[in-house]
Design a protein around this ligand. Structure first.
Ligand code: ATP
Ligand code: HSE
Length: 291
């Protein structure tokens, strides 16, 4: 009986929800077990030579982080999630490895166990939580452990603009400040609080305002993603419902009804934006094992 693990992509931050809010979306990484009693760890993929095919691969490293005694397997991974684009590719790989270990381990690991290890490996919970749990997640670290509250998401459509260049999270985090002034920190926190409240009460008009008011990361990353402000301006012209930097970028996400998407895409092409547009929906299931 072949085992298949499916993990959704994720879009983190949602502006002022930096390092806390995340949303699972309907593009997937699929991990297949070709041989569950192999002589050594192997993983087939088409991500290119930079990605290892042995136990150095992030998927296998995540599996062994949870269950070090896991016996070697021959795996195959395919993915619709572009690497280093701000759609949670690393988190999808980590969660896939943890689900693999959970499936084969003798120990009954809980979802909370997986979230804890995933967050440790990724460094923050806002991509791994939606990848694991699905939907919209609001996460916080308490005593070194991640806690994620799951919620539904009010928008009726998502349009991602994926530029044709990579932006590694590590590089994108290097431009962030070490601290903020007390006044800015208080303001930034109130914007994030209000965004969560607007999302949980389906107040889309308020979500639209708050999504674009981040003070934690977008102002500093702007120079790395110059297309963000242009797309935000064009989205306002078609009366979309808010635009934010997806994760560490360079992908930009716009909340927009399907009927307006083509108009926005045409405007963007006229302005010389040559990246890929993909229409997305929220994934509500999160990571799952399919037989
Ligand atoms: N399926 C995979 N298998 C193995 N390694 C992967 C896989 N997907 C991502 N990675 C590793 O993660 C790196 C990309 O992670 P990074 O955090 O920079 O971007 P991201 O996760 O795509 O975007 P973001 O975290 O901003 O949403 C890749 O360069 C690769 O090293
Ligand atoms: N919150 C993270 C998401 C990317 O993994 C960041 O913006 O750096």
């Amino acid at each position: 009986m072949s085992v298949k693990i499916v993990v959704p992509a994720s879009s983190a931050n949602l502006g002022p929800g930096f390092d806390s809010l995340g949303l699972a979306v309907d593009r997937y990484l699929t991990l297949e077990v070709l041989d569950d009693e192999a002589s050594k760890w192997q993983i087939e993929h088409d991500f290119g030579p930079k990605i290892p095919n042995d136990e150095r691969n992030l998927i296998i490293k995540a599996a062994l982080a949870l269950e070090p005694k896991l016996s070697p397997k021959r795996l195959k991974v395919t993915s619709q999630i572009p690497l280093a684009r701000g759609l949670g590719s690393s988190s999808s790989a980590i969660v896939a490895g943890l689900k693999l270990a959970q499936y084969f381990a003798q120990t009954a690991y809980t979802t909370e166990d997986l979230l804890q290890v995933a967050t440790k490996l990724e460094g923050h919970p806002d991509n791994v939580a939606p990848a694991l749990l699905g939907g919209l997640t609001v996460s916080v670290m308490l005593n070194g452990r991640p806690h994620s509250i799951c919620a539904s998401f009010p928008a009726e459509g998502l349009l991602a603009y994926i530029p044709d260049f990579e932006l590694a999270t590590k590089e994108s985090r290097q431009v962030l400040p070490n601290e903020l002034s007390y006044k800015t920190a208080v303001r930034a926190g109130s914007l994030g609080n209000a965004l969560v409240a607007a999302l949980l009460t389906n107040d889309l008009a308020l979500v639209k305002e708050l999504l674009e008011q981040d003070l934690y990361h977008e102002p500093y990353r702007q120079k790395l993603v110059p297309h963000l402000q242009l797309l935000r301006k064009l989205a306002h012209e078609v009366n979309a419902d808010g635009t934010y930097l997806s994760g560490a970028g360079p992908t930009v996400m716009t909340l927009i009804g399907p009927a307006k998407m083509e108009t926005l895409i045409k405007k963007a092409r006229k302005q010389g934006l040559t990246g890929k547009f993909i229409k997305l929906e929220v994934d509500t299931l999160g990571a799952r094992v399919e037989r």
